[in-house]
Write a protein that binds this ligand. Structure first.
Ligand code: NAD
Ligand code: AHE
Ligand code: ZN
Length: 376
């Protein structure tokens, strides 16, 4: 079912550090193994703000950002078998081809098939499907959900239950799944474990949700914003620590090791700050504690610690999209949401229409937003 060019509205980032501008753009029909999706709702993730800021080594402009999208398949290119017109879908920034070395390894959710072009802001054939004012616009993370219509690779989309509300399932496209998956998949949290969550945004709160479901005994949240305490409590954290208000001279790592009787079983960096990553590793228990990096650090930033920390049994790990294989596992996450086993609605603090999408970025920087959902 080959389609025509669609004209629609999109939020375009013409250059780094500037507000997005709402433009009429042209969205070309999907080519072979591509899917054109009518995006109905999108979340705004800290990673969108990060790339917009110019700090992303892979950022290309002008671009259509957004990677937490849900909608309906409008048309499909030749050879697409996994979805059909009218299907309810969630976009996947971590695709799943089921045939590359990574997918076949059984060891990772990172699919290698289209990673190179995705990182360049292009579809797998090396071109863009977006035009505006005579220019090509780059795609973003294989998704570009800040457009009313987008084109993605067929391995970057998953059909989900029609009855699941798309203004909620969009958040399973990144924030909720990333933290929850990191907790239940990447870290193998067991009953009674002590967990440290550094940063209580959507990602950190989702880690808490996963840790609670695994029966963690202590879930300590470390955040520099006191207003996150109520949020951490609501999701089931047992203690909140603001490192900036500890008594003068208190070392945060020593403090955390002290209150956990030797350190955490698992810690999670949900900030993207490399000093926080170090603290998260060093507050793990000697001999077995594992620290999982989820946060995305600015271009050029590096982590460091004394190798002795690893010699003495602490482990540094990381994951993207919570280690979840999107096409295989997303429908069961959606089902868990429908069955009331995973919270999603609770993360939504703000709603805007596409014309007001910049407010979502301003709210994020103001620190009172967990997730804004944009109605396209
Ligand atoms: P967010 O901005 O909503 O939340 C970040 C939280 O960290 C805030 O509560 C903030 O107050 C806190 N924080 C900031 N600096 C801190 C510090 N020095 N110490 C303690 N807390 C601090 O962001 P989010 O959307 O939850 O995303 C969190 C991070 O995860 C970002 O870096 C984002 O890019 C990354 N991310 C990674 C993946 C992945 O697949 N690996 C997926 C989504 C997001
Ligand atoms: N472009 C960045 C890397 C950014 C990054 O690590 N992104 C995560 C997803 S963040 C979602 O909010 C990711 O998927 N990483 C795995 C991958 O293959 O990109 C940079 O530093 O260059
Ligand atoms: Zn994200």
């Amino acid at each position: 079912t080959e389609g025509q060019i669609i004209k629609c509205k999109a939020a375009v980032a013409w250059e780094a550090g500037k507000d997005l501008s709402i433009e009429e753009i042209e969205v070309l029909p999907p080519r072979a193994h591509e899917v054109r999706v009518k995006v109905e709702f999108t979340g705004v993730c800290h990673t969108d703000a990060y790339t917009l800021s110019g700090a992303d080594a892979e950022g290309s402009f002008p671009v259509v950002f957004g990677h937490e999208g849900a909608g309906v398949v409008e048309s499909v290119g030749e050879g697409v078998e996994s979805v059909k017109v009218g299907d309810s879908v969630v976009l996947l920034y971590t695709p799943e081809c089921r045939e590359c070395k990574f997918c076949l390894s059984g060891k990772t959710n990172l699919c290698g098939k289209i990673r190179a072009t995705q990182g360049k802001g292009l579809l797998p054939d090396g071109t863009s499907r977006f035009r505006c004012k005579g220019k090509d616009l780059f795609h973003y993370m294989g998704c570009s959900s800040f457009s009313q219509y987008t084109v993605v690779a067929d391995i970057s989309v998953v059909k989900v239950q029609d009855e699941a509300p798309k203004d909620k399932t969009c958040l399973l496209g990144c924030g909720v799944t990333t933290g929850y998956g990191a907790a239940i998949n990447t870290a193998k949290i067991s009953k009674g474990d002590k967990i440290g969550v550094f940063g209580a945004g959507c990602i950190g709160l989702s880690v808490i949700q996963g840790a609670v479901s695994k029966g963690a005994s202590e879930i300590i949240v470390i955040d520099i914003n006191d207003s996150k305490k109520a949020w951490a409590d609501q999701f089931g954290a047992t203690k909140f620590v603001n490192p900036t208000t500890l008594p003068e001279g208190t070392n945060i790592v020593d403090y955390l090791i002290d209150i956990t009787d030797g350190g955490f079983d698992y810690t999670f960096d949900c900030t993207g700050n490399v000093q926080v990553m170090r603290n998260a590793l060093e507050s793990c228990h000697k001999g077995w504690g594992e620290s999982i990096i989820i946060g995305v650090a600015a271009a050029g930033k590096e982590i460091s610690t004394r190798p002795f920390q690893l010699v003495t049994g602490r482990v540094w790990r990381g994951c993207a999209f919570g280690g979840i294989k999107g096409r295989t596992q997303m429908p069961s996450l959606v089902q868990d949401y429908l069955d009331g086993k995973i919270k999603v609605d609770e993360f939504i603090t703000h709603r805007h229409d596409l014309d007001n999408i910049n407010k979502a970025f301003h709210d994020m920087h103001a620190g009172n937003c967990i997730r804004a959902v944009i109605t396209m």
